[in-house]
Design a binder for this molecule. Structure first.
Ligand code: SF4
Length: 312
C-alpha cells in the first residue's frame, strides 16, 4: 500500500489491478480501496499551458470473470472501478481457457445491473478469430460498454503454441475488419491494445469504430509492477528492471531508457518517413520471439514508406 501512496504522489493517475487472476489475491479489496483514497498529483497540459492537478486516481480491475459476483460489482460501483472481463471466444472458450463463457456473460449482466462500467477484453488468436463477430456481439448484448482487443502475443505458455495461435498479417486485418463491422452495427467504440506497424495497414481502409495504434505506450504512459515487486516496461515484458523500492533509479535504467527514447526500431525501418509515429509492432513480442528488442516481429514484413508512398 505504501507503494501505491508513493506512486500517486509521483504522478501516477491510474491504477489497474490484474493477475493471473486478481480476485484470487487475499486483501485485494483493501488494496484497491487504499488506491481509491489517494490523491494523484500530476502535471497536465491544457490550452498550451502546464497545470498542477490533484485528483482521485482512475481505477481498473481485470478479471477472467469466474469469481465476479454481486459483492465484486458492488465494490466496483462504490469505488468507480472500471471492470475489464476477458471473453476470448464462445464455442472456443473451453478449449482456450478450460472454463465456461456463460460465467463471463453473466458477470457482464451483473455489472450492467449494478451500473459498473465494463470492458470486454478479447485476446484474438487463430482459434477464436472465426467467431470474433459473435463474441463481440454477445459481450455487447450482455452489457459491455466498450471492447478492447489484443492480438495474441507470444510469451509464457502461449510460446509453445505460437504457430497455432498467432495471427498472420491478413488475419490481423480480418480481426480489425470484423471488429469494425460489429461495432458499427452496434454503434459502439472499441480499441486495439497492441500496436500495429503502419505498413501492415492498408492505406485505403478507415476504421471509425475501433481505434488502432501504431506506437507503444510502455514506459511512456504506463508501466507494470510485477508480483515480486519489480518494475517492467509492460505486462508483456520478460525483463525485470529495478525493484519498486528503488524506483527513483528507474530513469537511469538502460532498458527503460530504450523504451522512453524509442531506441528499438528494427534496422529494416531505417529511412522510413513515418518512423516517428510507428514502433514497428510490439517490441516485446519481437524480443520474446527473436531475443532482441529491435527485431522485426516474426511473420510481419516491414516496408519503409518513402515520401511518395507516405500514408495519409
Ligand atoms: S517500415 Fe518500420 S517504421 Fe515504417 S511503417 Fe513499417 S514498421 Fe513502421
Amino acid at each position: 500500500m505504501d507503494l501505491i501512496t508513493q506512486l500517486a504522489s509521483m504522478g501516477v493517475t491510474h491504477f489497474s489491478f490484474s493477475g493471473g487472476e486478481a480476485l484470487l489475491k487475499d486483501g485485494l479489496f483493501d488494496i484497491i480501496a487504499h488506491a481509491a483514497q489517494q490523491h494523484s498529483r500530476a502535471i497536465e497540459v491544457s490550452d498550451g499551458l502546464l497545470h498542477n492537478t490533484v485528483k482521485w486516481p482512475g481505477l481498473s480491475l481485470l478479471s477472467n470473470g469466474r469469481l465476479v459476483d454481486r459483492s465484486v460489482v458492488d465494490f466496483c460501483r462504490a469505488h468507480s472501478i472500471q471492470l475489464s472481463l476477458s471473453l476470448p471466444g464462445l464455442r472456443t472458450f473451453g478449449s482456450l481457457t478450460g472454463g465456461d463463457p456463460d460465467l463471463v456473460i453473466e458477470a457482464f449482466r451483473l455489472a450492467r445491473r449494478a451500473g459498473v462500467f465494463t470492458v470486454l477484453g478479447i485476446a484474438v488468436t487463430k482459434v477464436n478469430l472465426p467467431e470474433l463477430y459473435d463474441t463481440i456481439s454477445q459481450g455487447l448484448l450482455a452489457g459491455a460498454d466498450t471492447v478492447l482487443l489484443n492480438r495474441f502475443l507470444p510469451g509464457g505458455r502461449g510460446l509453445m503454441h505460437q504457430d497455432k495461435l498467432q495471427l498472420s498479417s491478413p488475419e490481423v486485418l480480418a480481426m480489425l475488419d470484423t471488429a469494425e463491422e460489429v461495432l458499427a452495427a452496434a454503434d459502439r467504440r472499441g480499441s486495439l491494445g497492441t500496436e500495429i506497424a503502419l505498413c501492415q495497414l492498408p492505406q485505403d481502409r478507415t476504421y471509425r469504430h475501433i481505434t488502432v495504434g501504431s506506437t507503444c505506450a510502455a514506459a511512456k504512459s504506463f508501466f507494470v509492477v510485477d508480483p515480486s515487486g519489480y518494475i517492467r516496461v509492460c505486462n508483456h515484458s520478460p525483463v525485470r528492471l529495478v525493484h519498486c523500492r528503488d524506483i527513483d533509479t528507474l530513469p537511469q535504467d538502460p532498458y527503460w531508457q530504450g523504451f522512453v527514447f524509442r531506441r528499438y526500431l528494427p534496422a529494416a525501418c531505417s529511412g522510413c518517413d513515418v518512423g516517428h509515429k510507428c514502433d514497428a509492432g510490439c517490441r516485446e513480442a519481437a524480443h520474446i520471439s527473436c531475443g532482441v528488442v529491435d527485431a522485426v516481429e516474426p511473420g510481419y514484413d516491414v516496408r519503409p514508406f518513402t515520401t511518395s508512398s507516405q500514408p495519409t
